[in-house]
Structure formats: C-alpha cells, structure tokens
Design a protein around this ligand. Sequence first.
Ligand SMILES: Nc1nc2c(c(=O)[nH]1)N[C@H]1C(S)=C(S)[C@@H](COP(=O)(O)OP(=O)(O)OC[C@H]3O[C@@H](n4cnc5c(=O)[nH]c(N)nc54)[C@H](O)[C@@H]3O)O[C@H]1N2
Ligand SMILES: Nc1nc2c(c(=O)[nH]1)N[C@H]1C(S)=C(S)[C@@H](COP(=O)(O)OP(=O)(O)OC[C@H]3O[C@@H](n4cnc5c(=O)[nH]c(N)nc54)[C@H](O)[C@@H]3O)O[C@H]1N2
Ligand code: SF4
Ligand SMILES: [Mo]
Length: 582
Amino acid sequence: MIACTRDCYDTCIFDSNYKPLDIFPINDFTCSRGIADLKRNSINRIKSAYYEGKEITVEEGIRILAKRIREINPEEILHIDYDGNQGLLTWYYPARLWNYLGSSSTDYSICSAEGHEAIKAHYGSSFGALPEDFVKFSSVVFWGSEASISFIHGWKILKDKYKVTIDVRKSETAKRSDKYYIIKPGSDVYLAIGILKKLVEKGRIRNAELQDKVASFNYSLIEEATSLKEKDIEDLADFYFNEKPLTIIGFALGRSLNGGYAIGVISLIPGLLGIENGFFYSNSQGWGIDFDYLRGTHLYKPRKIINMGEVGDRINEFKIIFVWNSNPLHSLPGGDKIIEAVNDGRVFLVVHDPFWSETAKLANLVFPGLTFLEKEDVVYSYWHNYLVYNEPIVNNPLGITEVNLMHKIARELEISEDFIFEDPWKAVEVSLRNTGISVEELKRRKVVKVSPKVTRKFSIEPFPKPDDLEFPQGEFLVYSSHPNYTNSQFKEIYGERKPIVFNSKFEGEGILYTEKGQVRVIFKKSEDLPSGVYFLFKSSLFDLDGKPINSIIDGKKGKFGGTPLLNIKVQAKPVKLFTLNF
Ligand SMILES: Nc1nc2c(c(=O)[nH]1)N[C@H]1C(S)=C(S)[C@@H](COP(=O)(O)OP(=O)(O)OC[C@H]3O[C@@H](n4cnc5c(=O)[nH]c(N)nc54)[C@H](O)[C@@H]3O)O[C@H]1N2
Ligand SMILES: Nc1nc2c(c(=O)[nH]1)N[C@H]1C(S)=C(S)[C@@H](COP(=O)(O)OP(=O)(O)OC[C@H]3O[C@@H](n4cnc5c(=O)[nH]c(N)nc54)[C@H](O)[C@@H]3O)O[C@H]1N2
Ligand code: SF4
Ligand SMILES: [Mo]
C-alpha cells in the first residue's frame, strides 16, 4: 500500500501495483500525475551527490557540508523545507538537526497558514467537513477554489450537486457550475460581509454583535469593492439561507489582499446559519499529529524564524541555505536574490531532492533523494482521515533518505545527542500518540482511519472594520493549479511551462512589473478574464529569460498567518504584439 505524498487535497491511496484503491473517497481513480508516477520515477533523477557540478559520493558531500557548517554561526544557516512530500519522515523529522543546531527556519507560511489562523480565531480549530460530510449536502459554494482541477476527488463528490462559484475569473470550476459570480481580486471579505448584512437585515441571523459590525459597511462600498450589484449579494444571501450549502474555501484566498479576513468572515457564514460541518479549508491540524515533536521544536526552537516571503530580501543574513522537499526558486518570493547570492558566492546552496529541480540545478552541493515510491513513511491527508503506512514499491540504491542524510550529517558534526538519533519510528510513535494509533497497528493495517481531535469555540471576532481592509484597486496577478503539474513537479512528463499570462487586453510578448522589478512573459487574450486581471498557472513560474516570476512579489504578508501576498497588484505592458496560434 502506498499513498501519493504530493501537496494535494486528495492523498490518493494505491495498492502495491500502484493501482488506486476502490475505497471512498479514492474510488478507483487518480490524476494525470498519479497515472504517470511509475514512468516518471526514472526520468530527470539526481543519481549521485554533486559538488560544484562534479560528481562526488554522498559521504564526500557530507564532509564538505560539515566543514562549512563549522565555519559559521548556526543562525547563518537557513533551512528551507516545504511540502514536496508530505511524509512525516521526509518533511518533518529531519528538521530536528537544524533546530538542534540553532539554525534559522522559515515560518512555513507560503500556502495555507493565513486561513488556518483566521479560521482558528473564530472556531478554535480550522478543521472542517470530511469527505463523508461532503456527501450529505445538496449544494456547494466554491469560494476562491479551482476544485475541478485542484481537488478532483472532492469535485467527484460535489459535481452533481447545485454548484455556485465565486472567483475573479471564469475558472474551469465556474464554467462547470450552475451559477458563478466574478468579483474583483481581494474583495471577498466585502462580499462575505455583504452576505451577512443581508442575512441580518432579513432577520435570518439574529445576533446583536454582528448587526453592529456589518452596519459600518454600506452597500455602495461593497458594490464598488466587489463589482457585484446589491441584488447579486441578496441572491447569494438567499441561497445561503435557503439551501444551506457546503462552502469550499480555497487556499488562494489566503494569498490575496485582505485574505485572512476574507477566509475568517466566509467561515463565519455557515457557523452563523447553523450549517453543520458547513465549510472545508484544510483538515491537517485536526488529526492530533504532533508535528512539533517530530521537528523537535518542543525542545529546540529555531533562534530565528523568517517569513517565507522574506527569504530574498534577507538573503544577506545567511551563508548556507539547506533545502529539502522544496523548490524555492520556483515557489518563494525573491528567487532572483537567491540566484544572485549563490552566483556571487555569498550563499552556499545545498539541495536534497530526488529530481533536478531548478533549485537543485543552481546548488553548490546536491544530494540525491528518494521518491515516495522508494521509501518508508507515514502519510496523512489534509482532507480525508486515512493515515497510511507507505511501503516502498520501487528499489533505488542511488539516493539517500532525509532521515539517513540528517543522521550522517549529525555524525560528521560529532553530535551525540540522543534526541537527534531517536529511532525515527519511535518519534513517529510519539507524534501519533494523540491520534490513538500506534506504529504497530499502522504497519499491520497499512491504512487506518483517524478520528478528528478538535476542541471548538465560536467567536465573531476578529471582525474587520472598513479601516482594517485595503480597498481593492488596480490590476492584479492571480494564479491557479494546472491539471498536469503539482506546483513545480512533473515537468519530466508534461514538459517545461511557458510563462503564459492570460488577460483581457494583450496578445504577444510583454512585461509584468512592480516596484520590485519586471518579468518578460507571453500575453494571451482570453474571454475568461475580466479587465485588470492577469492569470498564470502556478506551475509556470519562470519568465522568458528563466527569471523567477516571484522576483516581482513585493513582500507584503497576511495579518493572521503571515502568508506572503502572492496575488499582487501589477502593471502590464506589451512589448511586441502578435497573435498566438493556440
Ligand atoms: N492539479 C493540481 N492540483 C493541486 C495543486 C497543483 O499544483 N496542481 N496544488 C495543490 C496546492 S499546493 C494547493 S495550495 C491547492 C490550491 O487549490 P485551490 O485552493 O483551489 O487554489 P487554486 O487552484 O490556486 O485556485 C484558486 C482559484 O482562486 C481564484 N482566485 C484568485 N484570487 C482570488 C480572489 O481574490 N478571490 C477569489 N474569489 N478567487 C480568487 C483563482 O482564479 C483560482 O480559480 O491545490 C492543490 N492541488
Ligand atoms: N507566485 C506564486 N508562487 C507560489 C504559488 C502561487 O500560486 N503563485 N503557490 C504556492 C503554493 S500553494 C505552494 S504549496 C508552494 C509550493 O512550493 P514547493 O513546496 O517548493 O513546491 P513543489 O513543486 O510541490 O515541491 C518542491 C520540491 O520537492 C521535491 N520533492 C518531492 N518529493 C521529495 C522527497 O521525497 N524528498 C525531497 N527531499 N524532495 C522531494 C520536488 O522534486 C520539488 O523539487 O509554492 C507557492 N508559490
Ligand atoms: S497529485 Fe493528488 S490527485 Fe494526483 S495522485 Fe497525488 S494525491 Fe492523487
Ligand atoms: Mo499550496
């Protein structure tokens, strides 16, 4: 048995022939990546350690790294790790070494942190509907979610229900919905407040505190912010009251203007209408897995934590960057600054990855990783409640696991601390103690259902006042998932991506720019885009010159979880107009 460990709602579970299991909600099907995993596994692989482009042994690489580590202060080491593989032993446990050393860490804010914190502020937990709950609803609102692409097993359950989509462009999910509303980027919080205001005015929500809060927003402000009419807002409010839909709250909202407030207020609607399990955002924090124990932060807190949006701007604080499970040139703001610092010799970049990612190609020192098909691990989902024991189904003697690499570096540094060398399965055992599942049971049964461990509260606060919000004005760059890639992964199979920016005005070549700089892109006209919205798939994050698109992100972050504002205000200029024939 094996589960796909990519950063994805679905966490498909497969048998040992990599055939998707016929259990709910996997239901015997997978995505375009799932069907190509076995083939991909032997393409574009890192097969050895490399130092400055020269093949070396892993042991030699470890000696080079250890020597460098000894020469600097621990805070000058930054480890960057994210969700390339969601396994407990791949992503979490290896952070122990860096936390013990006192290295700097990022705050893991790039994706979903904003919404987790915003929802927790109201409910005490961000945990929402389970797949079994999805089934019970007869209607659904996809709010800032491209679920028909990003969440195919959720979509499978919901696609035959009555569907309403709220997006900033005519997304694939919007096209396949019964009704859709196109609003201005970053205006969702105004719309959510408008819906609550109507519900209060019609006596459908009786709550004096809320009545006061919504009174400070008038409809002309809401109309101007969202570009919807009061009648649309009333229709949505009626729909919410009459149909009691499930709301899927997309992660993209948290990376948009006013994102935390938007997610928080949207999540309040089902709560105030008494819709049970009425929203879904991410269930990752509901299983009781002790991620702090795995990372060792219960004993050793990182001495310095930097926001994921600030890595480029604060690059001068670091001399070694150790990356695993992440492709920061692609995914983090300021990738251009990482490239400059490595090329100038100011930063020594070390990457551990199974594949030649863009960041691995730039690195001074590279270690070969194993894919999830090749190693043991424990995998959880941020949607369904199966915990899976992953057994390797492909043999690869060339790579090294994260755990082994971490232990070998520690030995080379002559660290003798028991906690660093705690048997990884013992660490997993402790980290699972609140789930009620033991490693023995997991290894025996392979796939085990966890019951959620959440304590709830309910509070309308923090409810924004008009002055807390930034009024959405100007033109915006927005992103979404591509059906054939997971973030930067799968170019080996489906090809490199061109930076094609869909928009309502230009076709040809041009630039997108902010005060941070510019990137050279291809513009493509599309009727799905309203004026002032530029859309790029989030797997196409290098410009025509190979410069990271995220070089123009301007460093703002969310008020709740610090998530970098990726859906930024931009300006666009055509350079050469011509018609594209696709
Ligand atoms: N195939 C595939 N699936 C994936 C991924 C992938 O790369 N490929 N990535 C996975 C990951 S890491 C994540 S985080 C999730 C993301 O999954 P989702 O939360 O569904 O996010 P996106 O796919 O980025 O799409 C978000 C939608 O929000 C819209 N949007 C952008 N800005 C705004 C705004 O201000 N307001 C509103 N209302 N809408 C807005 C976009 O137009 C887009 O249609 O998907 C996961 N699933
Ligand atoms: N402008 C802009 N930027 C974005 C986004 C956006 O919408 N717009 N989306 C953001 C989002 S939602 C996210 S989640 C991040 C994603 O950012 P990342 O986490 O950087 O993205 P991935 O491409 O999923 O994975 C990163 C790397 O992990 C490697 N990997 C896979 N499995 C393993 C393993 O077992 N071990 C090791 N060591 N490595 C492994 C992969 O080969 C890949 O190189 O990007 C963010 N960046
Ligand atoms: S990427 Fe998502 S949908 Fe595709 S195999 Fe992995 S978990 Fe399943
Ligand atoms: Mo993400």
